[in-house]
Ligand binder design. Sequence first.
Ligand code: ZN
Length: 491
Amino acid sequence: MSKANQLKVYNTLTRQKEVFEPLSPPHVGMYVCGPTVYGDPHLGHARSAIVFDIVFRYLKHHGYKVRYVRNITDVGHLENDGDMGEDKIAKKARLEQLEPMEIVQIYTDQYHKNMAQLNLLNPSIEPRASGHIIEQIEMIQKLLKKDLAYEVKGSIYFNVVAYDASNNYGKLSGRKIEELMKNTRKLEGQEDKKNPFDFALWKKAQPEHIMKWPSPWSLGFPGWHLECSVMGAKYLGTPFDIHGGGLDLLFPHHECEIAQSQAANDTDPVKYWLHNNMITINSQKMSKSLGNFITLDELFTGSHNALEQAYSPMTVRFFILQAHYRGTLDFSNKALQAAEKGLNKLLNGISTLKKLKSSNSSSSNINKLKESCETAMKDDFNTSILISCLFEGVRIINSVNLGEEKISSEDLDLLKSIFEDYAIKILGFTEKTSSNDNSLVDPLMDLILDIRQEARSKQDYEISDKIREALTKMKIVTKDEQDGTSWNYEE
Ligand code: ZN
């Protein structure tokens, strides 16, 4: 990326937009907190994964060599995100009478399936917490040696007060330790801690606990925050460039990650902290108790009471990218239906673009359009503005197609490259299909339209009408033209 065209990212740590300067270009290290695999992926998972897929794609587009690490949490994430209660995966295993690692496998597979449907690029490394127990024990030993952690009855806690004496605990979330002292209640079962906001690095397992490993202190399991510190440092070094995740992870998860990493390695672990905002459902927080907890499978098949229809993965992708990642996003049937229309308009534009004919000159400034696309993305990945720029491109495409505007062959090539780069490569929309099986749709549609044409020429209207009606049901519109029949998604 040239100096004149610098990317600016909003860094949660400094609370401002900063020019993106990687620690050792062209390499970029990016760590994103992945799922705790104990249930079906939902819209919240989709938003975080898609947002950082865009960051990954955009940096790669500009020639950076990105190592993208997204972890799988398979142990240590307790109920209520705290240090008490049951392990989320162990609880699900108990309820379903399965091995915890069967639960991990089922929901990891489900996550991978849904993320592929949403056309996400795979991360470079996808490490699991349970595969890094030795490294986690080593980090705890470092912290004990520095007197920043203490042992009580086989469990190890991070000493937040001792750390704060020479560091700034709370710098990511803006919380002050004095306020935390005042506001944190002593919870039952937490008496072992010196302070209620000290957090567990290692927990001694109760006899009934299934997932446990030997350590110098007890048969137990690591605290939730530790895995990300350890795996980030192991695969990306200390410090590394970008750490991402949902805003709900900012405190305590990321705050604790900073504290323990800084304490163990004597350096700030991450240069840029990026957080995506949450999704609400009809203005309410998504939760199982409100009955508005919609999984991605339910969304893609329409099998939830709150849904008026099924929404394709690409529609969901479009819906998420229509908003800037730091803004809130509200799900409703109306919003998804608008996204479906918008996506179809964009994809129809792309297919019309392929058959446009050029003239001697252009009536629109295509260079300027390209510039505005790039300006949107370099301003903290503003996909919302980028999509509106692409709609301006669609407007030009449709005008040229109708003969109301013209375009030179040089500009036509440029316009094609804009859609190829920004709509397909960076925003990751797949063409003219709601599934990822892109390669099949075009030849199958050609075949169907050929059969219909043949039926019509034999005056077999029963068959040709049947095909047309079936296509209409699938929201596919056919148009008979001089050189054959073309098709589009209904807008
Ligand atoms: Zn994490």
